[in-house]
Design a protein around this ligand. Structure first.
Ligand SMILES: CC(=O)Nc1ccn([C@H]2C[C@H](O)[C@@H](CO)O2)c(=O)n1
Length: 103
């Protein structure tokens, strides 16, 4: 079965442990709705590893990212900005998807 969202495999332990409770994506992944349950897999091999429930999807500009976003990503703000710059170079319009793991 196809996954609804994927994460780089290095983030799997943080998601499973509840240390990472948001992800920041571009417009292509801004369609997730509160209450939606997402089959969640690894980007590298598409292997399923949990189901997440969407709490909210909220637009955020790159320059609005703050320490609270970083805490919810289990990163420092500098690390988060670096990750975003690598994945979405030059992109200012982003979306915070807040989630909880349900299985
Ligand atoms: C294909 C793709 O874009 N996959 C992504 C995008 C983002 N993430 C993670 C990395 C950071 O923790 C946040 C912020 O973008 O979300 C990811 O795991 N996989």
């Amino acid at each position: 079965m196809q996954n609804d969202i994927t994460f780089f495999a290095r983030f799997e332990p943080d998601i499973l442990a509840g240390r990472k409770t948001i992800t920041i994506r571009d417009a292509a992944e801004s369609h997730f709705q509160p209450g939606q349950r997402l089959r969640t897999g690894r980007y590298e091999d598409n292997g399923y590893f949990c189901t997440l429930e969407v709490i909210s999807t909220t637009p955020v500009a790159l320059n609005e990212l703050n320490d609270e976003h970083a805490r919810q990503e289990n990163m420092t703000l500098a690390e988060l900005r670096q990750v975003i710059a690598e994945i979405y170079p030059g992109l200012n319009e982003l979306y915070v998807i807040a989630f909880k793991r349900i299985s």
